[in-house]
Design a protein around this ligand. Structure first.
Ligand code: GLA
Length: 730
């Protein structure tokens, strides 16, 4: 008998080594290097037992111990793949519902799952769950991008109960990570000081990152985070997850260190003031959490996200972008046809592709001469522009550059004809005084008529001016006094606003698939991969001070690729034009300066820089980014973009401190090159009249040497910014 027992135990532990029990099944979601594994036990509960490096043998996932739990999980679902509230759950739920009969509980049992190839290297796994007591179903979607090591996860909820079900929470994703310690980096800010990172060690309990602003929703907090396991995040080593929610409205990211010291992550739409009433037969599809895991640090996860975004998300992510001259800081609201025509010529002289006419071109009853009036009245101001936009487009084109325009179509000024005609299109409370953000109010995009209007603004402009080549889509206000005059369900307002916005953008994209669109929100008030499905690029900040931008762009670069990051050379800050230009080159470059006021050498430098940029832009936009030296921890910031073929690289270094003798006093080690290749290092963007000590003694060095010993870009107070081209010598 004893022997039999022993044999049985041995057999059992061989097939179900540590965690799994007989009958458990495993749903394995894999990319090239990573895996997310869901275990479904005999009770039908789906739990996450692995999120990390992929195992070579799929059958060994069955041996993964019960999610590294260190102690007793009273509920057995601390690590639920989608934690339902109201039953035996004791922790933060992913979903909370009140059924048609008033019952406030949910249980979600595995029904089945399916896996299909969506495209080359894109595998979608869907896990179907159902409540045994109610006709209430949840599907969990995991889209795995093999080559990029990125997983996109979302959920959908539906039911066929007799009456509507009230959803009090409806997250997109629910993850579980066991480690000794957890370090969370989030990014906070405000206008002109976006994306300031803070890294904290998570302690027992709940840490919540969220926004309740409605529109311009990411002003204080974007939906992007870094999570590092066991030690603070490092650039090229350590286990890091980069996550970002593809949602342009209120979001909530929750990080809970549970009683077993494991980390639960729940991400989705913010349930704040947003109880969602789901009618029978209808489906609520949540936005996706996009995340990448790597055991090679922040560098690897951000390169994964960049590659994913270029290939799978951003329109023309692997295509071209236009350099431009913007008139905002050159003229503000004060311009006319003559002034603009002169600026077109200036743009041409400078060498950009396009002229972008900013705010102030519209409104007649209330002309837009400052930011107090006219939003909503999208007709050319006859005094400033008597011949209309069509004339300007032609003028620009005959000067040899294309024409683009600024719009803020979701907004309305209290002083506008639109407001007078359609007060019920405006979000505001009927019984409270209006309260403004940048002197304006937000239109009710939950109303289909307003959606038609907003779409019409864009469509009319493009129909009348088919060669219009660029739109900057701004969004400068948050939602105060959230209330819709027409929506029967006020609790749906925040969610349906964003859905309404996406509907409009879908229509715009369906008709104008290749139009370059800039996502702007008074700077970086709206930067997320929900919107970047439609926009070719985003405006990180109105702060274009070169020094500030080193930091702002550095922090956005964890999540967003250079090709989508608009950087303009302006007059902000104290840095010389060379510094500002070098910084702007690390992305999609543009200008917002008075060209005619440039000194001769400055103009010559800028013209040359644009030519250099045309030659290098593909390396910067489509190459892999290696952050070599951080401005947050040292006095030099250094970043390198390397082509996939490892034959070309562009290397930017900046002085960010100004204490005595600060600079790059030692070599900086490069990354991402091929050790066997030999590279020539040459300085670019040399300001007229200055010399490059690097070009004086040109060097050819192996990738091995450059990555092991490094190279000193010789950054110091006299050479505060240095751009080097690293080219394979064949
Ligand atoms: C916002 C944008 C700026 C500019 C102004 C115009 O602040 O971020 O770039 O377009 O609006 O009013």
């Amino acid at each position: 008998m004893k022997v039999l027992l022993w044999v049985l135990t041995l057999l059992f532990t061989t097939f179900f080594p540590a965690g799994a029990a007989p009958g458990d099944r495993h749903i394995v979601i894999e990319t090239q290097r990573t895996a997310l594994v869901i275990r479904v036990d005999q009770a039908g509960d789906p739990t996450i037992v692995h999120l990390g490096p992929r195992l070579q043998r799929t059958d060994e996932y069955a041996g993964v111990p019960e999610n590294g739990k260190r102690g007793e999980d009273y509920t057995t679902i601390y690590n639920s793949a989608y934690t339902p509230a109201g039953g035996r759950n004791l922790l933060e739920p992913a979903i909370q519902a009140i059924h048609a009969d008033g019952n406030p509980s949910l249980d979600l049992k595995y029904v089945r799952h399916e896996t299909r190839n969506e495209a080359d290297g894109v595998v979608l796994t869907t896990v179907f769950l159902k409540d045994p007591q109610y006709p209430f179903e949840v599907s969990l979607f995991y889209k795995a991008y093999q080559k990029e090591d990125v997983i996109e996860q979302w959920s959908s909820i539906r039911h066929s109960e007799k009456k509507p079900v009230r959803l009090q929470k409806y997250a997109s994703a629910n993850l579980y990570l066991p480690a000794q310690r957890y370090y969370l980096t989030n990014f906070s800010g405000d206008w002109a000081r976006e994306m300031n990172p803070q890294e904290v060690e998570l302690t027992a309990g709940l840490k919540v990152l969220d926004t309740k602003l409605g529109t311009r929703a990411h002003l204080f907090q974007p939906p992007s985070f870094l999570l590092s396991l066991n030690r603070p995040a490092e650039e090229e080593t350590g286990e890091v997850v980069a996550g970002t929610l593809a949602w342009s409205g209120n979001f909530q990211l929750q990080f809970e260190v549970d009683p077993l010291k494991n980390l639960r992550v729940i991400a989705g739409i913010n349930p704040y003031a947003s109880e969602y009433t789901l009618a029978p037969g209808k489906e609520l599809v949540t936005p996706a959490l996009i995340f990448s895991y790597s055991n090679m640090g922040k560098g690897a996860v951000s390169r994964n996200l960049h590659r994913w975004a270029r290939k799978h998300r951003i329109p023309q992510g692997e295509g071209n972008r236009l350099t431009l001259l913007n008139n905002w800081e050159a003229t503000y609201f004060d311009f006319n046809e003559e002034k603009l025509s002169a600026l077109f010529k200036d743009g041409k002289k400078l060498g950009v592709d396009l002229f972008l006419l900013d705010d102030g071109w519209f409104g007649n009853k209330y002309p837009r001469n400052d930011d107090h009036t006219s939003l909503g009245d999208w007709e050319e101001n006859k005094q400033k522009l008597p011949h209309g936009i069509g004339y300007l487009v032609k003028e620009a084109e005959s000067a040899g550059i294309r024409f683009g325009i600024w719009l803020e179509p979701e907004m309305v000024s209290p002083k506008s004809e639109l407001y007078e005609k359609h007060p019920d299109w405006v979000l505001k409370l009927p019984n409270r005084p209006e309260y403004y953000f940048r002197n304006q109010l937000v239109l009710d995009l939950t109303n289909p008529k307003v959606q038609d209007f907003v779409y019409g603004v864009v469509d009319n402009l493009l129909t009348k001016n088919p060669t219009l080549s660029y739109i900057k889509w701004d969004c400068n206000a948050v939602i105060y006094n959230a209330f819709s005059a027409t929506n029967p369900n006020q609790q749906h307002l925040y969610v349906e606003y964003v859905q309404g916005l996406y509907k409009v953008l879908e229509r715009v994209r369906a008709k104008y698939p290749t139009l370059p669109l800039m996502l702007c929100s008074g700077g970086g008030g709206r930067v997320d991969y929900g919107a970047l499905k439609y926009f070719t690029e985003f405006w990180p900040s109105d702060n274009t001070d070169g020094l500030e931008r080193v930091f702002i762009q550095w922090n956005y670069s964890y999540f967003f690729p250079a090709i989508a990051t608009c950087n303009h050379v302006t007059d902000w800050g104290k840095q010389p034009i060379k510094f500002r230009t070098d910084v702007a080159m690390m992305g999609k470059m543009g200008y917002d300066i008075v060209v005619s006021k440039l000194e001769e050498k400055e103009l010559a430098f800028s013209q040359e820089a644009l030519k250099t940029y045309a030659r290098l832009k593909d390396v910067i936009w489509k190459g892999d980014l290696f952050r070599l030296a951080s401005p947050l921890t040292g006095d030099v910031a250094s970043l390198l973009y390397v082509t996939e073929q490892q034959d070309r690289a562009v290397w930017f270094s900046y002085l960010v401190g100004n204490r005595y003798r600060e600079g790059s006093q030692a070599p900086i080690r490069l990354k991402g090159l091929s050790p066997a290749k030999r590279y020539k290092v040459q300085e670019l963007n040399i300001f007229p009249g200055t010399n490059s000590p690097i070009n004086r003694n040109p060097v050819v060095l192996s990738g091995d040497y450059l990555m092991t010993v490094g190279f000193n870009p010789m950054v110091d107070a006299r050479r505060a910014s240095v751009v080097l081209e690293v080219t394979e010598e064949r």
